[in-house]
Design a protein around this ligand. Structure first.
Ligand code: HEC
Length: 171
């Protein structure tokens, strides 16, 4: 009888905690960005590759994250937002055009490595997103695209460097 009373209190306590936790909502606001800076816009992959990028990468590595219903529920919501914030910090396809040429080249290399080694997309993500589970063919397709797009978009710094080169030629 006494034990049941304790269990009851713990359960009610846990329930109230979970309820109050819902009031703490993660910040999901994103800055306004120029669509012209987006990796897909800049590199124009075939639709199949663009779909793979949207389904498997863009939820964490862009400002175009889509939030499933369970991502509204604390504490899952905190955990998910944490992944997204961290993902964007490392690599944000929405501001690809702001990366300089060196950074783009480095990030692309990381991309084909991470995808080739099955480290990305994160397992915790594909578990809940079947559309992001890549077949080996899809992995190869993505890796090939990342490799092929190296140098296809000039980062802000790359474009500037070329501009000044051009001016030098004129002189
Ligand atoms: C569930 C969120 C999530 C998804 C989906 C996801 N990533 Fe990540 N990614 C992260 C996080 C968090 C990190 C940083 C920590 C780490 O490396 O585990 C990261 C790191 C990376 C890095 C390392 C960047 C650097 O310079 O350190 C690359 C490259 C990368 N991801 C590429 C991809 C690609 C390509 C896809 C799609 C095929 C993808 N990720 C899908 C969350 C995600």
């Amino acid at each position: 009888m006494k034990m049941r009373g304790i269990i009851r209190r713990v359960l009610i306590g846990a329930f109230l905690l979970l309820l109050f936790a819902q009031a703490i909502r993660p910040d999901r606001s994103v800055p306004a960005t120029d669509e012209g800076l987006d990796y897909i816009t800049l590199t124009q992959p075939p639709a199949a590759v663009a779909d793979l990028l949207h389904n498997a990468c863009y939820d964490c590595h862009s400002y175009q994250s889509e939030y499933p219903w369970y991502s509204q529920v604390a504490p899952v919501s905190w955990w998910i937002q944490n992944h997204i914030d961290e993902g964007r910090e490392h690599l944000n396809f929405s501001i690809w055009g702001e990366y300089n040429a060196k950074k783009q080249a480095h990030k692309l290399e990381e991309c084909w490595e991470e995808v080739g080694e099955k480290k990305m997309p994160l397992n915790s993500f594909t578990w809940a997103h079947p559309e992001a589970r890549l077949t080996s063919g899809q992995r190869q397709e993505l890796v090939a695209w990342f490799k092929g797009s190296a140098g296809a978009t000039k980062g802000a710094a790359g474009a500037e460097a070329e501009e000044s080169e051009g001016r030098d030629d004129d002189d």
